[in-house]
Design a protein around this ligand. Structure first.
Ligand code: UD1
Length: 422
């Protein structure tokens, strides 16, 4: 199993190119199921989750291809395919549930494994099921699978008003894709506003969908008979950019992020500025400069445009070596502090109580062997390793490979002493 060896204490300087967003690319690959025409995506990040999603579509009978160095991918989903997502693939990636909406909308049936337990919380899919049932789908859960079909005599889902109990990102995406091909109008209340949603909506509009209000909490979709192919550029990964911003804020240095979307990172950038980092934003770039210990910042994770849960662990690593005490409250997932014990192994002073962590900033961390437990926790441990004294080994980095495009190569390019070991 691969590990990362990091020797801490080096400032980061130079330029990094931000890749396409994992959380936009995954639903956009699934959107290719909505048409028999070719769908081309550009700027798809090279990640394990993308490879898994591709495998999932390959397995159904979709023709998939990658081309060029710039993350080009093409998909052709024929009129007849096997609309099933087996447990072996779904268990490694919860986002597999994103095939459910498009399969039902175009083929009228789907069999998708339940995602099962997940390290950061139970993460049920009840809202996905309820929403699609409101659109007329018959869904039963049997033998660990969601088995969905249209009622006898119906060939399309029907538009509905869907008000979810909580804001759900992949839920909103499933409904958007399903509603695009449904009969009549769908209104999504309490819709997620994460930038990946308008990016998916723009792609669907490029395929002929009629959507209004994306990027707000109420989205109107007027269903159409058929969608056609498109070419779409995947939006930049705000979480990758935020991770590099936190890394530079922690180590000190001066780094320009190319293709970074600062307008998608307001909550994180505000906190970094309050901490004392200098951040300059321009058209397609974000420049971050920092030196010495920054000031610790308290925050609560919330839905977009609030502070993203996907940045909580990385910012906590920065708080560990900042001056002062901070309070971090996780409101989205119930078990998202698994990095805390590992940060403590590096010398951090953190106490948790339920969904609150209190971090007392200390002068320096000390290198040690730590274990990655989930995707963003891994990134937090890498940041901690970059500032810790001596050598840090981060074990189980397959979590990191799920969601970061060549992270260690990008970090090496800006001066980090980091290497992958087998
Ligand atoms: C997406 C992101 C993930 C991010 C999360 C929150 C993708 C592929 N993943 O995950 O990186 O951390 O949004 O920003 O885009 N819930 C239910 N029932 C449901 C659906 C959700 O109870 O049917 C709960 C979840 O357990 C969680 C909360 O709602 O507590 C938000 O989850 P959700 O927004 O659905 O997360 P994902 O879409 O899985």
């Amino acid at each position: 199993m691969d590990k990362l060896r990091i020797t801490g204490g080096r400032p980061l300087n130079g330029e990094v190119t931000i890749s396409g967003a994992k959380n936009a690319a995954l639903p956009e690959i699934c959107a290719a199921l909505l048409t028999a025409d070719p769908v081309h995506l550009n700027n798809v990040p090279r990640l394990r989750d993308v490879a898994t999603m591709r495998l999932l579509l390959d397995n159904m009978g979709v023709q998939t291809e990658t081309h060029g160095e710039r993350g080009g991918m093409s998909f052709v989903a024929p009129d007849s395919l096997n609309p099933e997502a087996p447990y072996e693939l779904v268990k490694t990636m919860r986002a597999s549930v994103l095939v459910l909406g498009p399969l039902l909308a175009r083929f009228g049936r789907a069999k998708v494994s339940l995602p099962g337990g997940c390290a950061i919380g139970s993460r049920p899919v009840d809202q996905h099921i309820k929403g699609l049932q409101a659109m007329g789908a018959e869904i039963v859960v049997e033998h660990g699978y969601m088995v969905a079909q249209l009622p006898q005599g119906r060939s399309r889902l029907k538009g509905a008003r869907i008000a979810t109990d909580m804001v759900t990102v992949t839920g909103t995406e499933n409904f958007l894709m399903a509603a695009a091909l449904a009969e009549g109008e769908t209104v999504l209340e309490n819709a997620a506003q994460e930038p990946e949603i308008p990016d998916l909506a723009e792609m669907l509009i490029g395929m002929g969908a009629k959507i209004e209000g994306h990027g707000t909490s109420r989205i109107h979709i007027q269903g159409v008979d058929r969608l056609h192919g498109c070419t779409h550029q995947v939006v930049a990964d705000r979480i990758e950019a935020g991770t590099f911003l936190c890394a530079v804020a922690a180590t000190g240095g001066d780094v320009v992020l190319r293709h970074g979307r600062a307008d998608h990172l307001d909550a994180v950038i505000d906190k970094l500025r309050d901490a004392g980092a200098e951040i300059e934003v321009g058209d397609g770039f974000i420049r971050v400069r920092a030196s010495g210990r920054l000031k610790a910042q308290s925050f609560r994770t919330t839905e977009y445009p609030g502070f993203p849960t996907d940045m909580q662990a990385q910012f906590m690593a920065l708080n560990c070596i900042a001056t002062g005490t901070s309070k971090v409250t996780e409101t989205i997932f119930e078990n998202r502090f698994m990095h805390v014990n590992e940060l403590v192994r590096l010398g951090a002073k953190i106490q948790t109580d339920g969904k609150v962590a209190v971090i007392e900033g200390i002068d320096r961390l000390q290198g040690a062997t730590v274990m990655a437990t989930d995707l963003r926790a891994s990134a937090s441990l890498v940041i901690a390793g970059l500032v810790a004294e001596g050598e840090t080994i981060v074990d189980r980095i397959y979590h990191l490979d799920r969601g970061y495009d060549q992270m260690e190569a990008k970090l090496r390019g800006i001066g980090a002493d980091i290497e992958r070991i087998k």
